[in-house]
Design a protein around this ligand. Structure first.
Ligand code: PA5
Length: 437
């Protein structure tokens, strides 16, 4: 899966050897839950702890939702949004076949235009809600829930509660109380799993099941990843190698990791990856800045900078070996566009040569390249990849010396926003901010 040949021109093998003991220790600390932030490492073995009854309850709810509604509205933000969104984008067809459940996301933005558009769209549709929030108090999804719960009440009267599925922490927060008071079906987010590490819990699994994604295959892929990455020695362990390569490149002055894909279905996987690494590592003025690029599209926008701009970045390329679909270039008798030389290739082969050629050019231009080969886009490999990145992130953060499971920096904007909106209790800050304006 991991190929780091195109990093070796930039680092010495001894750099990796030097990181081996720290990486091995970080892995052991994580697996034995003795690491920094160990209150939040329940995700490490969660897929193996999920019971058959848990999975059956998720599948049963997904069937009820598909029977009762045309649309499932998923309400959530950050880790309560990006995991499910990334799985659906990666694993569903580009264009919805007729029939079948449509899945929309709200509560991931404060855009009034978008939110109103969804409200209007749902006026004439049967819909159910899966509201997802670990804390049960996050502003964006809370506002959306109030609005769309109101619409459900308008449409279905006293039976509105039969269409609300609530994924939250058991026993905590206003969302949990609301769910108990109104008898919504509840799915638990384990207390020891933070948002950006929660996609393999009901947070991601219920929306996936509603899309007819085989969640048993998802769990199989995650379990295989747990087995492989916990057992293998350093030089065969792709997680340990990837985390060490990132650290070695960081130590050399690289400050940006660009996750690159050549298949647009990976766009939201990239968004999930940005949250995972950005919120986990970006603290104490440390960390690689995670960005993404969709090639070859972005070679026509960002490509110039990557080839010739400031040399502070490296690329991690996701290569999907087997496309879901392929097609050939038809022969044209007149060769009007001079493309007949391409007719011996499929479009996927052309895309792959774009990857090979780009890698060579960028490495020549001073951009180290890590290649991650993924056999195909499937529920199994989705989860395998998710687990690979989560474990790599935990180990990378340990190599950097930061706690990957908190996000204190996210509070600053919230406090200001609440104060500016006049939230009771923040009057002093409201006055200070008014003077600054
Ligand atoms: O990773 C995290 O913990 C955050 O990004 C959260 O997922 C995000 O803030 C949403 O929080 P909640 O699920 O409590 O609404």
């Amino acid at each position: 899966m991991l190929n780091y040949q195109q990093v070796l021109p930039f680092i010495k093998k001894t750099d990796l050897e030097a990181l081996e003991p720290q990486a091995l220790k970080a892995k052991e600390d994580l697996l034995h839950k003795t690491c920094l932030g160990n209150d939040f490492v329940g995700w490490v073995d969660y897929p193996n702890r999920l019971s058959e009854a848990d999975l059956k309850a998720i599948v049963a709810a997904s069937q009820t939702i598909q029977n009762q509604s045309q649309v499932l509205l998923v309400i959530g933000i950050g880790g309560s949004y990006l995991g499910a969104k990334s799985a659906l984008s990666m694993l569903r067809a580009y264009f919805k076949k007729t029939g079948g459940l449509e899945i929309l996301f709200v509560g991931n933005t404060l855009s009034s235009t978008y939110t109103k558009a969804v409200l209007q769209y749902l006026q004439h549709k049967d819909f159910s809600i899966n509201v997802i929030s670990k804390s049960g108090t996050t502003t964006e999804p809370a506002i959306a829930f109030r609005l769309f719960r109101g619409l459900l009440k308008e449409k279905y009267g006293s039976r509105f509660n039969e269409r609300i599925y609530c994924t939250t922490t058991i026993g905590k927060g206003v969302l949990y109380s609301e769910a108990i008071n109104n008898n919504y079906q509840i799915f638990a987010i384990p207390e020891d799993i933070g948002g950006r590490y929660s996609v393999l819990t009901p947070v991601g699994l219920l929306p996936m099941a509603c899309s007819n994604i085989d969640i048993y295959q998802v769990i199989n892929g995650a379990s295989q990843a747990i087995f492989n990455f916990s057992q293998k020695p350093f030089w065969e362990n792709q997680v340990l190698l990837y985390a060490s390569l990132r650290k070695a490149l960081y130590d050399q002055g690289k400050r940006i990791e660009m996750l690159v894909y050549y298949e647009p279905k990976l766009h939201y996987f990239g968004e999930w990856y940005k949250q995972l690494f950005g919120e986990s590592e970006g603290k104490n003025h440390l960390g690689l800045f995670p960005v993404t690029a969709n090639y070859s599209t972005d070679l026509h926008s960002l490509g110039q900078y990557v080839q010739d701009g400031h040399r502070h970045l490296f690329e991690t390329v996701l290569n999907i070996n087997k496309p879901e679909e392929d097609l050939t270039i038809p022969l044209d008798q007149l060769d009007f566009d001079q493309l007949n030389y391409l007719t011996k290739y499929s479009l996927h082969q052309i895309n792959h040569q774009a990857l090979v050629g780009t890698t060579m050019a960028h490495v020549d231009g001073g951009v180290p390249n890590i290649l991650i080969n993924v056999p195909e886009l499937s529920p199994y490999y989705y989860a395998y990849l998710v687990y690979f990145f989560m474990l790599s992130c935990g180990i990378s953060a340990a190599l950097l010396g930061v706690n990957p499971y908190d996000q204190p920096g996210v509070e600053a904007y919230k406090r200001n926003m609440f104060a500016l909106l006049g939230k009771p209790g923040l009057e002093k800050l409201t006055e200070e901010l008014k003077k600054k304006r």
